[in-house]
Write a protein that binds this ligand. Structure first.
Ligand code: ARG
Length: 458
């Protein structure tokens, strides 16, 4: 059944129907469509626009449709244009004339705006929960590895020693910001468009505050034209999801590198690895690679929606139907990736000895050797030059700074004393970095307390 056959004299061309229809993807929010309709008729009855009996009949019919779709008894069939038409047609089939009153004071424009918001709101909450769980895993690892020394990198070259807790803490910060972005979006989007009609509201005395509160919104939206044509929150969400994926992707890249035979900082668990069909020795980090790879699809949703919206005059245009497939895909992809990533993280093994041995190489303590000289009165620029010469000397002899004898040190600068060895030990290098945000254990302990409080708060 069509909702709009009256003024037409010809049947719709089949290809046009197929091209125009959104049922194949908007059936994803049948539940939200029905919830919105129940709120709408409840309000219509309260306002005396429908009788109590009509309201009860319609609600019973809608609940029946919902149950039947869930149980598989009712199949969502392709002859309908969209989920809104499907539900309405089905309702009329079930309850007769009362069903024809469901759409009083409503347009599919405010209906679809509502359904998408209800669906998205739920997705934002689920995504936030998944991120919180990921943060719990990260915090656990941080607590376990406060003194697991590893090299910190810049340019993927060894730079200075850090701890695994500190490295994990960097991702904790990223995903914490991601949650706060989702929470911001929620605050901005959670206003109810229902009652905006096609674009100019309606002449019926709808109580928009009431429907908004029935559906757990903060209140109704304040401009009906904006309400039916606003997709900002989906763009914001696509942007937030793109950033989540970018963070996951960077993390995956590190996991892939750390898992290589050259690094051997970690071992991904067998349950999160895959093999090769030809090379029997292989154990590949496919999950990390796929998460990294899927980032592109989520970026796609952002660019696609920005482009769709950029030329649209007010108010609703059919272009807006294109807000769904990409964004649904991005939501499913992002949630799936967070979940899979967390599983991989929870099960991987950190090889502490290899991390520590790696930190010992590559002169990661050279800055601390220079600081030692500065602490003994040498100007920093001179100290930098002296340690540079020492590094060159060590490279030539294929030794590390700690393997040099005190005589060798003194030959380059008489300022060096026995304490230099302690000053350049990995433990000292880390422990001395004790200001807020640094890897030193005292600083890390304080940060971990803040994170614990943050996670216990909701
Ligand atoms: N399927 C449509 C969409 O997703 C529903 C709104 C239809 N409104 C209209 N005026 N054709 O946007």
């Amino acid at each position: 059944m069509k909702l709009w056959g009256g003024r037409f004299t010809k049947e719709t061309n089949q290809l046009v129907h197929n091209f125009n229809a959104s049922l194949s993807f908007d059936q994803k929010f049948f539940q939200e469509d029905i919830d919105g309709s129940i709120a709408h008729v409840t309000m219509l009855a309260k306002q005396g626009i429908l009788t109590e009996e009509e309201k009860d009949t319609i609600i019973q019919g809608l609940q029946g449709i919902c149950q039947d779709i869930k149980s598989g008894r009712l199949e969502i069939t392709e002859e309908h244009e969209d989920i809104h038409s499907f539900v309405e047609a089905n309702l009329i089939e079930r309850v007769g004339d009362a069903g024809k009153k469901l759409h009083t004071g409503r347009s599919r424009n405010d209906q679809v705006a509502l359904d998408m918001k209800l669906y998205t709101r739920k997705e934002v909450q689920e995504m936030d929960k998944l991120l919180k769980e990921l943060l719990e895993s990260l915090l656990r690892i941080m607590k376990e590895h406060m003194d697991t020394i590893m090299p910190g990198f810049t340019h993927l070259q060894k730079a200075q020693p850090i701890t695994l807790a500190h490295h994990m803490g960097a991702y904790f910060e990223m995903f914490r910001r991601d949650r706060s972005r989702l929470q911001d979006i929620y605050q901005r989007m959670n206003y109810c468009p229902l009652g905006s009609g096609a674009l100019a509201g309606t002449t019926y005395p709808l109580d928009r505050d009431y429907t908004a509160s029935l559906l757990d919104f903060f209140g109704p939206t304040l401009n009906s034209m904006d309400s039916v044509s606003d997709r900002d929150y989906l763009i914001e969400l696509s942007s937030a999801m793109s950033i989540i994926m970018m963070h996951l992707s960077r993390f995956c890249e590190e996991i892939i590198v750390w898992n290589t035979n050259e690094y051997q900082f970690i071992e991904i668990d067998d349950s999160y690895s895959t093999g090769s069909s030809i090379m029997p020795q292989k154990k590949n980090p496919d999950i990390a690679e796929l998460v990294r790879g899927k980032t592109g699809r989520v970026y796609g949703s952002l660019i696609s929606l920005l482009t769709t919206m950029k030329g649209l005059s007010l108010a609703y245009n059919k272009d807006m139907q294109e807000d769904k497939e990409f964004v649904f895909d991005a939501m499913d992809t992002t949630k799936g990736c967070i979940l899979l990533f967390r599983g991989m993280l929870d099960t991987l093994t950190f090889k502490k000895e290899n991390m520590r041995a790696s930190a010992e190489g590559g002169f990661t303590n050279a800055t601390d050797a220079a600081d030692y000289l500065v602490n003994h009165g040498v100007p920093f620029r001179d100290a930098h030059g002296i340690i540079g010469q020492l590094v060159l000397y060590c490279i030539d002899k294929n030794i590390s700074l700690k393997e040099m004898s005190l005589e060798e040190y003194k030959a380059i600068s008489p300022v060096f004393e026995e304490e230099i060895y302690d000053a350049i030990s990995m433990e000292t290098c880390v422990a001395k970095r004790n200001i807020v945000g640094a890897p030193g254990p005292e600083a890390m302990k304080k940060v971990i307390q803040i994170y614990e409080k943050y996670l216990s708060e909701e």
